[in-house]
Ligand binder design. Sequence first.
Ligand SMILES: Nc1nc2c(c(=O)[nH]1)N[C@H]1C(S)=C(S)[C@@H](COP(=O)(O)O)O[C@H]1N2
Ligand SMILES: [Mo]
Length: 301
Amino acid sequence: MAHRWTNDLTQDDVTPEHLYMNRRQIMLAAAAGVGLAGLGARANAEEALVPNPWEDITQYNNFYEFGTGKGDPAANAGALTTDPWTVKIDGMVDTPGDYAFKDIMAAMTIEERIYRLRCVEAWSMIVPWNGFELADLLEMAGVQPEAKYVRFETLVRPEEMIGQKYRTIEWPYVEGLRLDEAMHPLTIMATGIYGKTIPNQNGAPIRLVVPWKYGFKSIKSIVRITLTDQEPLNTWQQILPNEYGFYANVNPSVDHPRWTQATERKIGGGLFSKRVPTLMFNGYEKEVAGLYDGMDLARFY
Ligand SMILES: Nc1nc2c(c(=O)[nH]1)N[C@H]1C(S)=C(S)[C@@H](COP(=O)(O)O)O[C@H]1N2
Ligand SMILES: [Mo]
């Protein structure tokens, strides 16, 4: 599969063995009585390579359909039935319809994408996703010329999604992208992590990943994709419009009204981890800045 972009992250950024090795080295250093300053320096030097093991990625989640605590999705998402699964593709497309997940999988080429994930709450991870470009799916359905936006919906099934028994948010969870953002080669639909089927708590069987935007744009367990000429009202914008907008591009110079976005905490960084600078467009500036030429990013947050 031809890659239309260059990744600055490699397998070394995710391999769990690395983390275990680093942890082991740190413990050994501690046992050998290495001074605290030396130990901290070593941990910081290794920070650039700190990967996120399976455990971090699958046990520290945001997925309000299963509860609002970071451990709730891992505890509760096992109840979700993901097979059979259907994605309705409708609106301004040539071939609207209910697409069976297994037919989508048969038509798409799965590849690995190692991406940063930056939550608007100012924590981050590096995740090795498996998936395909959203553009390939949209092209399969045939995008009509009037379409300007893509709207996504998550499943509503309170019997299996315990968080949906409460009106935490108005269900379904909704997200949206401008069509050019949706068609960008960095935008993927993920169906796996670490080469394994994606766990329910991470959005099985199919979720969006838009790596230059805050994590809330990367909507999970998608059942509907609508091509439209209206800008979708996404869930978080609907709830707190002065805090969360439609664009939600990672931007260290535009703070959240209640906290700074200049830095972030890397999950799994360990005992000596400190906040690291947040990168413009989460490190994907070269690839995506052009999408926003001439836009006031403080206004279109
Ligand atoms: N349907 C749905 N999708 C969602 C969420 C959610 O609560 N419901 N949380 C979002 C947020 S805030 C983040 S940071 C990411 C977290 O993805 P992860 O749990 O795979 O790390 O999922 C996003 N997608
Ligand atoms: Mo998030």
